[in-house]
Design a protein around this ligand. Sequence first.
Ligand SMILES: [Fe+2]
Ligand SMILES: [Fe+2]
Length: 464
Amino acid sequence: MGIILPVRANFIDGAISPASNLLLSEVIGALSYALDMTEGQPPGHSIRCCYIGMSIGKKLNLTHQQQWDLYYTLLLKDAGCSSNAARLYELYGGDERIFKRDFKTVDMNDFKQVSKFVINHVGVGEGFLTKLKRLVDVGKNSEEYATELIETRCERGADIAKRLGFNDAIADGIRYLDEHWDGNGKPYRKSGHAIPIASQIALLAQVADVFFMSAGKKSSLEQVSHRSGSWFNPELANVFKSLSGDMKFWSDLGTNDLQQKIMALEPASLAMKVSEERLDDITAAFGMIVDAKSSFTYNHSSRVALYTDLIAAKFGYSQMHRSYLRRAALMHDIGKLGVSNNILDKPGKLTDEEWVVMRGHSRATEEILSHLTPFAEMAKMAGAHHERLDGKGYPYGLSDEEIHMDTRIITTADIFDAITAERPYRGAIPVDQTLEIMKKECGTSIDRIVYDALTKVVAELGLK
Ligand SMILES: [Fe+2]
Ligand SMILES: [Fe+2]
Protein backbone atom coordinates (compact mmCIF):
# COMPACT_ATOMS: atom_id res chain seq x y z
CA MET A 1 0.00 0.00 0.00
CA GLY A 2 1.49 3.36 -1.02
CA ILE A 3 1.76 6.39 1.23
CA ILE A 4 -0.62 9.24 0.43
CA LEU A 5 1.26 12.49 -0.07
CA PRO A 6 -0.06 15.94 0.76
CA VAL A 7 -1.53 17.66 -2.35
CA ARG A 8 1.31 20.22 -2.57
CA ALA A 9 3.77 17.46 -3.30
CA ASN A 10 1.98 16.10 -6.33
CA PHE A 11 4.10 16.07 -9.44
CA ILE A 12 2.93 17.47 -12.75
CA ASP A 13 4.39 15.27 -15.49
CA GLY A 14 4.04 18.08 -18.02
CA ALA A 15 6.48 20.22 -16.02
CA ILE A 16 9.36 18.10 -17.25
CA SER A 17 10.25 17.90 -20.91
CA PRO A 18 10.58 14.32 -22.07
CA ALA A 19 14.13 13.32 -22.95
CA SER A 20 13.15 12.87 -26.61
CA ASN A 21 13.26 16.65 -27.04
CA LEU A 22 16.92 16.84 -26.11
CA LEU A 23 19.89 16.52 -28.42
CA LEU A 24 22.83 14.40 -27.31
CA SER A 25 25.21 17.29 -28.05
CA GLU A 26 23.11 19.57 -25.81
CA VAL A 27 23.25 17.20 -22.85
CA ILE A 28 26.96 16.35 -23.10
CA GLY A 29 27.86 20.00 -23.76
CA ALA A 30 26.00 21.14 -20.64
CA LEU A 31 27.45 18.46 -18.38
CA SER A 32 30.98 19.10 -19.67
CA TYR A 33 31.04 22.12 -17.30
CA ALA A 34 31.30 19.62 -14.44
CA LEU A 35 34.49 18.18 -15.96
CA ASP A 36 36.04 21.67 -16.25
CA MET A 37 35.60 22.13 -12.50
CA THR A 38 37.46 18.92 -11.68
CA GLU A 39 40.41 20.00 -13.79
CA GLY A 40 40.51 23.43 -12.15
CA GLN A 41 39.87 25.00 -15.56
CA PRO A 42 37.79 28.15 -16.18
CA PRO A 43 34.14 27.28 -16.99
CA GLY A 44 33.59 26.33 -20.62
CA HIS A 45 37.07 24.77 -21.13
CA SER A 46 35.64 21.61 -22.75
CA ILE A 47 33.30 23.70 -24.89
CA ARG A 48 36.18 25.91 -26.07
CA CYS A 49 38.32 22.83 -26.79
CA CYS A 50 35.42 21.50 -28.84
CA TYR A 51 35.33 24.73 -30.84
CA ILE A 52 39.12 24.78 -31.41
CA GLY A 53 39.35 21.08 -32.22
CA MET A 54 36.35 21.01 -34.56
CA SER A 55 37.69 24.07 -36.40
CA ILE A 56 40.91 22.11 -37.02
CA GLY A 57 38.97 18.97 -37.95
CA LYS A 58 36.95 20.82 -40.58
CA LYS A 59 40.12 22.26 -42.17
CA LEU A 60 41.55 18.75 -42.38
CA ASN A 61 38.49 17.56 -44.29
CA LEU A 62 37.86 14.70 -41.88
CA THR A 63 34.90 12.47 -42.77
CA HIS A 64 31.60 13.09 -40.99
CA GLN A 65 32.14 10.03 -38.82
CA GLN A 66 35.67 11.19 -37.88
CA GLN A 67 34.28 14.64 -37.06
CA TRP A 68 31.54 13.15 -34.92
CA ASP A 69 34.06 11.02 -33.01
CA LEU A 70 36.27 14.08 -32.61
CA TYR A 71 33.34 16.18 -31.34
CA TYR A 72 32.62 13.90 -28.38
CA THR A 73 36.29 13.14 -27.71
CA LEU A 74 36.77 16.89 -27.25
CA LEU A 75 33.77 17.34 -24.94
CA LEU A 76 34.62 14.28 -22.86
CA LYS A 77 38.42 14.33 -22.86
CA ASP A 78 38.37 14.98 -19.08
CA ALA A 79 35.73 12.35 -18.21
CA GLY A 80 38.30 10.34 -16.25
CA CYS A 81 39.76 13.30 -14.41
CA SER A 82 37.96 12.78 -11.09
CA SER A 83 39.41 9.26 -10.73
CA ASN A 84 42.96 10.39 -9.95
CA ALA A 85 42.04 13.38 -7.76
CA ALA A 86 42.23 11.53 -4.43
CA ARG A 87 45.55 9.85 -5.36
CA LEU A 88 46.98 13.14 -6.53
CA TYR A 89 46.11 14.72 -3.20
CA GLU A 90 47.58 11.73 -1.37
CA LEU A 91 50.89 11.97 -3.27
CA TYR A 92 51.38 15.72 -3.51
CA GLY A 93 49.11 17.28 -0.83
CA GLY A 94 47.53 20.72 -1.32
CA ASP A 95 44.65 21.57 -3.67
CA GLU A 96 44.80 19.03 -6.50
CA ARG A 97 42.67 21.27 -8.75
CA ILE A 98 45.29 24.03 -8.64
CA PHE A 99 48.00 21.40 -9.15
CA LYS A 100 46.21 20.08 -12.26
CA ARG A 101 45.50 23.54 -13.61
CA ASP A 102 49.05 24.84 -13.23
CA PHE A 103 50.69 21.59 -14.36
CA LYS A 104 49.14 22.13 -17.79
CA THR A 105 51.20 25.29 -18.24
CA VAL A 106 54.57 23.68 -17.45
CA ASP A 107 57.03 22.74 -20.17
CA MET A 108 58.34 19.38 -18.98
CA ASN A 109 61.56 19.81 -20.99
CA ASP A 110 62.43 22.96 -19.07
CA PHE A 111 64.21 21.89 -15.85
CA LYS A 112 63.88 25.35 -14.26
CA GLN A 113 60.14 25.47 -14.88
CA VAL A 114 59.61 21.93 -13.59
CA SER A 115 61.63 22.56 -10.42
CA LYS A 116 59.74 25.78 -9.70
CA PHE A 117 56.43 24.03 -10.22
CA VAL A 118 57.33 21.16 -7.87
CA ILE A 119 58.51 23.47 -5.08
CA ASN A 120 55.41 25.65 -5.38
CA HIS A 121 52.85 22.87 -5.66
CA VAL A 122 54.01 19.97 -3.49
CA GLY A 123 52.92 19.92 0.16
CA VAL A 124 51.21 23.31 0.00
CA GLY A 125 49.99 24.38 3.46
CA GLU A 126 51.87 21.55 5.20
CA GLY A 127 54.67 21.75 7.76
CA PHE A 128 58.32 22.03 6.65
CA LEU A 129 59.20 18.39 7.39
CA THR A 130 56.11 16.94 5.71
CA LYS A 131 56.76 19.07 2.65
CA LEU A 132 60.41 18.01 2.58
CA LYS A 133 59.45 14.35 2.85
CA ARG A 134 57.03 14.75 -0.03
CA LEU A 135 59.64 16.57 -2.15
CA VAL A 136 62.18 13.76 -1.65
CA ASP A 137 59.53 11.15 -2.47
CA VAL A 138 58.34 13.01 -5.58
CA GLY A 139 61.96 13.56 -6.67
CA LYS A 140 62.60 9.80 -6.54
CA ASN A 141 59.32 8.63 -8.07
CA SER A 142 58.08 11.47 -10.25
CA GLU A 143 58.07 9.48 -13.51
CA GLU A 144 56.30 6.51 -11.97
CA TYR A 145 53.66 8.70 -10.26
CA ALA A 146 52.96 10.75 -13.38
CA THR A 147 52.50 7.61 -15.49
CA GLU A 148 50.19 6.06 -12.88
CA LEU A 149 48.05 9.19 -12.58
CA ILE A 150 47.73 9.71 -16.32
CA GLU A 151 46.98 6.06 -16.99
CA THR A 152 44.20 6.07 -14.36
CA ARG A 153 42.67 9.16 -15.88
CA CYS A 154 42.92 7.93 -19.49
CA GLU A 155 41.58 4.44 -18.85
CA ARG A 156 38.79 5.68 -16.62
CA GLY A 157 37.86 8.33 -19.19
CA ALA A 158 37.67 5.67 -21.93
CA ASP A 159 35.52 3.50 -19.66
CA ILE A 160 33.14 6.39 -18.91
CA ALA A 161 32.79 7.09 -22.66
CA LYS A 162 31.64 3.51 -23.18
CA ARG A 163 29.19 3.75 -20.29
CA LEU A 164 27.83 6.91 -21.86
CA GLY A 165 27.03 4.78 -24.91
CA PHE A 166 29.84 6.05 -27.19
CA ASN A 167 31.89 3.98 -29.66
CA ASP A 168 35.47 2.64 -29.44
CA ALA A 169 36.87 5.51 -31.52
CA ILE A 170 35.73 8.04 -28.90
CA ALA A 171 36.93 5.84 -26.03
CA ASP A 172 40.34 5.58 -27.76
CA GLY A 173 40.35 9.32 -28.47
CA ILE A 174 40.19 9.87 -24.71
CA ARG A 175 42.52 6.98 -23.83
CA TYR A 176 45.42 8.36 -25.90
CA LEU A 177 44.90 12.05 -25.09
CA ASP A 178 48.30 12.46 -23.37
CA GLU A 179 50.41 10.73 -26.03
CA HIS A 180 52.87 12.99 -27.86
CA TRP A 181 53.79 13.05 -31.56
CA ASP A 182 57.46 12.29 -30.74
CA GLY A 183 56.62 9.30 -28.52
CA ASN A 184 57.49 11.00 -25.22
CA GLY A 185 53.92 11.24 -23.96
CA LYS A 186 52.19 9.04 -21.39
CA PRO A 187 51.25 6.38 -20.54
CA TYR A 188 51.67 4.20 -23.68
CA ARG A 189 54.43 6.08 -25.51
CA LYS A 190 52.59 5.97 -28.81
CA SER A 191 53.96 8.21 -31.53
CA GLY A 192 53.09 9.80 -34.87
CA HIS A 193 50.09 8.45 -36.75
CA ALA A 194 49.73 5.55 -34.28
CA ILE A 195 47.98 8.12 -32.07
CA PRO A 196 44.31 8.50 -33.07
CA ILE A 197 43.70 11.78 -34.91
CA ALA A 198 41.01 12.74 -32.34
CA SER A 199 43.57 12.44 -29.50
CA GLN A 200 46.14 14.46 -31.45
CA ILE A 201 43.66 17.28 -32.02
CA ALA A 202 42.25 17.15 -28.48
CA LEU A 203 45.68 17.59 -26.86
CA LEU A 204 46.48 20.53 -29.11
CA ALA A 205 43.07 22.11 -28.40
CA GLN A 206 43.63 21.63 -24.67
CA VAL A 207 47.01 23.37 -24.69
CA ALA A 208 45.69 26.14 -26.95
CA ASP A 209 42.77 26.88 -24.61
CA VAL A 210 44.78 26.65 -21.38
CA PHE A 211 47.23 29.30 -22.64
CA PHE A 212 44.53 31.37 -24.32
CA MET A 213 42.62 31.65 -21.04
CA SER A 214 45.65 32.13 -18.80
CA ALA A 215 47.83 34.36 -20.99
CA GLY A 216 46.00 35.35 -24.20
CA LYS A 217 45.99 34.38 -27.87
CA LYS A 218 49.65 35.26 -28.54
CA SER A 219 50.78 32.88 -25.83
CA SER A 220 48.38 30.21 -27.09
CA LEU A 221 49.88 30.39 -30.57
CA GLU A 222 53.47 30.47 -29.24
CA GLN A 223 52.94 27.35 -27.13
CA VAL A 224 51.42 25.39 -29.99
CA SER A 225 54.28 26.42 -32.32
CA HIS A 226 56.87 25.68 -29.65
CA ARG A 227 55.53 22.14 -29.18
CA SER A 228 55.11 21.42 -32.89
CA GLY A 229 57.02 18.24 -33.76
CA SER A 230 57.44 17.24 -30.09
CA TRP A 231 53.95 17.22 -28.57
CA PHE A 232 52.03 17.92 -31.75
CA ASN A 233 51.79 16.72 -35.31
CA PRO A 234 53.36 19.65 -37.28
CA GLU A 235 50.51 19.51 -39.79
CA LEU A 236 47.97 20.21 -37.01
CA ALA A 237 50.12 22.97 -35.54
CA ASN A 238 50.16 24.61 -39.00
CA VAL A 239 46.39 24.38 -39.31
CA PHE A 240 46.04 26.02 -35.89
CA LYS A 241 48.44 28.75 -37.02
CA SER A 242 46.31 29.46 -40.09
CA LEU A 243 43.13 29.53 -37.96
CA SER A 244 44.70 31.93 -35.52
CA GLY A 245 44.99 34.57 -38.25
CA ASP A 246 41.20 34.82 -38.31
CA MET A 247 39.91 37.36 -35.77
CA LYS A 248 36.49 35.68 -35.78
CA PHE A 249 38.08 32.47 -34.48
CA TRP A 250 39.28 34.26 -31.34
CA SER A 251 36.18 36.38 -30.87
CA ASP A 252 33.96 33.27 -31.16
CA LEU A 253 36.13 31.60 -28.53
CA GLY A 254 35.44 34.42 -26.10
CA THR A 255 31.65 34.59 -26.56
CA ASN A 256 29.16 33.61 -23.88
CA ASP A 257 26.97 31.63 -26.25
CA LEU A 258 29.70 29.26 -27.40
CA GLN A 259 27.75 26.34 -25.89
CA GLN A 260 25.00 27.05 -28.45
CA LYS A 261 27.49 27.69 -31.27
CA ILE A 262 29.30 24.37 -30.93
CA MET A 263 26.04 22.46 -31.37
CA ALA A 264 26.16 23.52 -35.02
CA LEU A 265 29.64 21.96 -35.35
CA GLU A 266 28.41 18.40 -34.85
CA PRO A 267 27.89 16.79 -38.30
CA ALA A 268 24.13 17.27 -38.84
CA SER A 269 23.71 13.85 -40.46
CA LEU A 270 24.90 12.15 -37.27
CA ALA A 271 23.23 14.41 -34.67
CA MET A 272 20.75 12.51 -32.54
CA LYS A 273 18.09 12.97 -29.91
CA VAL A 274 18.61 11.41 -26.50
CA SER A 275 16.36 8.48 -25.63
CA GLU A 276 15.06 7.99 -22.07
CA GLU A 277 17.44 5.00 -21.69
CA ARG A 278 20.41 7.01 -22.94
CA LEU A 279 19.61 9.81 -20.50
CA ASP A 280 19.58 7.23 -17.70
CA ASP A 281 23.00 5.98 -18.85
CA ILE A 282 24.37 9.53 -19.05
CA THR A 283 23.20 10.53 -15.57
CA ALA A 284 24.46 7.23 -14.13
CA ALA A 285 27.88 7.78 -15.74
CA PHE A 286 28.11 11.34 -14.38
CA GLY A 287 27.10 9.99 -10.96
CA MET A 288 30.08 7.62 -11.26
CA ILE A 289 32.38 10.51 -12.16
CA VAL A 290 31.28 12.29 -8.96
CA ASP A 291 31.63 9.16 -6.83
CA ALA A 292 35.14 8.50 -8.17
CA LYS A 293 36.41 11.79 -6.76
CA SER A 294 36.87 10.50 -3.22
CA SER A 295 36.97 7.04 -1.63
CA PHE A 296 34.56 8.45 0.97
CA THR A 297 31.92 9.09 -1.68
CA TYR A 298 32.35 5.68 -3.32
CA ASN A 299 28.95 4.72 -4.80
CA HIS A 300 27.25 7.52 -2.81
CA SER A 301 25.30 8.96 -5.77
CA SER A 302 24.11 5.56 -6.96
CA ARG A 303 22.97 4.56 -3.44
CA VAL A 304 21.18 7.89 -2.94
CA ALA A 305 19.46 7.32 -6.31
CA LEU A 306 18.38 3.83 -5.21
CA TYR A 307 16.93 4.97 -1.87
CA THR A 308 15.30 7.98 -3.56
CA ASP A 309 13.66 5.76 -6.16
CA LEU A 310 12.35 3.28 -3.60
CA ILE A 311 10.94 6.06 -1.40
CA ALA A 312 9.26 7.59 -4.47
CA ALA A 313 7.75 4.18 -5.24
CA LYS A 314 6.24 4.14 -1.72
CA PHE A 315 4.50 7.40 -2.60
CA GLY A 316 3.05 5.90 -5.78
CA TYR A 317 5.01 8.20 -8.09
CA SER A 318 4.60 7.53 -11.85
CA GLN A 319 7.45 5.81 -13.75
CA MET A 320 8.28 9.12 -15.45
CA HIS A 321 8.43 10.95 -12.16
CA ARG A 322 10.59 8.20 -10.66
CA SER A 323 13.12 8.31 -13.47
CA TYR A 324 13.23 12.11 -13.26
CA LEU A 325 13.95 11.86 -9.55
CA ARG A 326 16.53 9.08 -10.01
CA ARG A 327 18.45 11.27 -12.47
CA ALA A 328 18.33 14.23 -10.09
CA ALA A 329 19.58 12.02 -7.25
CA LEU A 330 22.44 10.68 -9.40
CA MET A 331 23.60 14.22 -10.06
CA HIS A 332 22.73 15.92 -6.74
CA ASP A 333 26.42 16.19 -5.76
CA ILE A 334 27.82 16.95 -9.23
CA GLY A 335 28.98 20.31 -7.80
CA LYS A 336 31.40 18.39 -5.54
CA LEU A 337 33.64 17.99 -8.57
CA GLY A 338 34.63 21.59 -7.87
CA VAL A 339 35.66 20.89 -4.25
CA SER A 340 39.30 19.90 -3.79
CA ASN A 341 40.20 16.60 -2.14
CA ASN A 342 42.15 18.33 0.61
CA ILE A 343 38.68 19.34 1.85
CA LEU A 344 36.67 16.25 0.82
CA ASP A 345 39.22 13.81 2.29
CA LYS A 346 40.37 15.90 5.25
CA PRO A 347 40.66 13.63 8.28
CA GLY A 348 39.93 16.40 10.81
CA LYS A 349 37.39 19.19 11.28
CA LEU A 350 36.98 21.66 8.43
CA THR A 351 37.89 25.29 9.04
CA ASP A 352 35.26 28.01 8.48
CA GLU A 353 36.77 28.83 5.06
CA GLU A 354 36.78 25.15 4.08
CA TRP A 355 33.10 24.89 5.06
CA VAL A 356 32.28 27.79 2.78
CA VAL A 357 33.89 25.91 -0.12
CA MET A 358 32.20 22.64 0.85
CA ARG A 359 28.80 24.31 1.09
CA GLY A 360 29.32 25.82 -2.34
CA HIS A 361 28.85 22.40 -3.93
CA SER A 362 25.05 22.46 -3.88
CA ARG A 363 24.91 25.84 -5.63
CA ALA A 364 27.46 24.49 -8.14
CA THR A 365 25.14 21.52 -8.78
CA GLU A 366 22.35 23.99 -9.58
CA GLU A 367 24.65 25.98 -11.88
CA ILE A 368 25.87 22.96 -13.84
CA LEU A 369 22.41 21.49 -14.37
CA SER A 370 21.10 24.94 -15.36
CA HIS A 371 23.28 24.83 -18.46
CA LEU A 372 20.61 22.53 -19.84
CA THR A 373 17.43 24.61 -20.18
CA PRO A 374 15.00 21.67 -19.84
CA PHE A 375 16.79 20.72 -16.60
CA ALA A 376 16.06 24.11 -14.99
CA GLU A 377 13.52 22.68 -12.53
CA MET A 378 15.73 19.70 -11.74
CA ALA A 379 18.65 22.07 -11.17
CA LYS A 380 16.74 23.94 -8.46
CA MET A 381 15.39 20.78 -6.92
CA ALA A 382 18.71 18.89 -6.78
CA GLY A 383 20.63 22.03 -5.78
CA ALA A 384 18.39 22.37 -2.71
CA HIS A 385 19.35 19.00 -1.17
CA HIS A 386 21.03 20.65 1.84
CA GLU A 387 18.10 22.95 2.63
CA ARG A 388 16.29 22.28 5.92
CA LEU A 389 12.65 22.61 6.94
CA ASP A 390 13.69 24.93 9.79
CA GLY A 391 15.39 27.33 7.35
CA LYS A 392 18.92 26.62 8.63
CA GLY A 393 20.11 24.87 5.51
CA TYR A 394 21.98 26.10 2.43
CA PRO A 395 22.46 27.61 -0.12
CA TYR A 396 19.31 29.76 0.18
CA GLY A 397 17.98 29.06 3.68
CA LEU A 398 14.64 27.89 2.26
CA SER A 399 12.09 26.52 4.71
CA ASP A 400 8.89 24.46 4.97
CA GLU A 401 6.67 24.86 1.91
CA GLU A 402 9.53 26.34 -0.12
CA ILE A 403 11.20 22.94 -0.15
CA HIS A 404 9.60 20.66 -2.72
CA MET A 405 8.69 17.12 -1.72
CA ASP A 406 11.06 15.79 -4.41
CA THR A 407 13.93 17.61 -2.72
CA ARG A 408 12.86 16.28 0.68
CA ILE A 409 13.10 12.74 -0.67
CA ILE A 410 16.62 13.24 -2.03
CA THR A 411 17.67 15.00 1.19
CA THR A 412 16.44 12.10 3.33
CA ALA A 413 18.16 9.52 1.11
CA ASP A 414 21.34 11.65 1.15
CA ILE A 415 21.41 12.01 4.94
CA PHE A 416 20.81 8.29 5.42
CA ASP A 417 23.69 7.38 3.13
CA ALA A 418 25.99 10.05 4.57
CA ILE A 419 25.53 8.74 8.12
CA THR A 420 25.80 5.05 7.26
CA ALA A 421 28.91 5.54 5.10
CA GLU A 422 32.46 5.80 6.43
CA ARG A 423 33.75 9.40 6.63
CA PRO A 424 37.35 10.68 6.70
CA TYR A 425 36.94 11.54 10.41
CA ARG A 426 34.86 8.55 11.66
CA GLY A 427 33.78 5.00 10.82
CA ALA A 428 30.39 3.95 9.38
CA ILE A 429 27.38 4.16 11.73
CA PRO A 430 25.00 1.13 11.92
CA VAL A 431 21.58 1.46 10.29
CA ASP A 432 19.43 1.25 13.46
CA GLN A 433 21.53 3.94 15.11
CA THR A 434 21.30 6.06 11.93
CA LEU A 435 17.51 5.83 11.90
CA GLU A 436 17.44 6.90 15.57
CA ILE A 437 19.62 9.93 14.78
CA MET A 438 17.41 10.82 11.82
CA LYS A 439 14.19 10.42 13.80
CA LYS A 440 15.33 13.22 16.08
CA GLU A 441 15.78 15.44 13.00
CA CYS A 442 12.19 15.00 11.79
CA GLY A 443 10.52 18.38 11.48
CA THR A 444 13.83 20.27 11.47
CA SER A 445 15.93 18.85 8.65
CA ILE A 446 13.92 15.79 7.64
CA ASP A 447 10.29 15.45 6.55
CA ARG A 448 8.52 12.94 8.81
CA ILE A 449 6.45 11.37 6.01
CA VAL A 450 9.57 10.78 3.96
CA TYR A 451 11.37 9.41 7.01
CA ASP A 452 8.55 6.91 7.55
CA ALA A 453 8.86 5.80 3.93
CA LEU A 454 12.63 5.45 4.34
CA THR A 455 12.23 3.14 7.35
CA LYS A 456 10.04 0.85 5.23
CA VAL A 457 12.56 0.88 2.37
CA VAL A 458 15.43 0.10 4.72
CA ALA A 459 13.49 -2.81 6.26
CA GLU A 460 12.63 -4.22 2.83
CA LEU A 461 16.23 -3.96 1.65
CA GLY A 462 17.31 -5.75 4.84
CA LEU A 463 19.97 -3.09 5.55
CA LYS A 464 21.77 -3.43 8.86
FE1 LIG B 1 25.62 17.32 -1.02
FE1 LIG C 1 25.23 13.76 -1.22
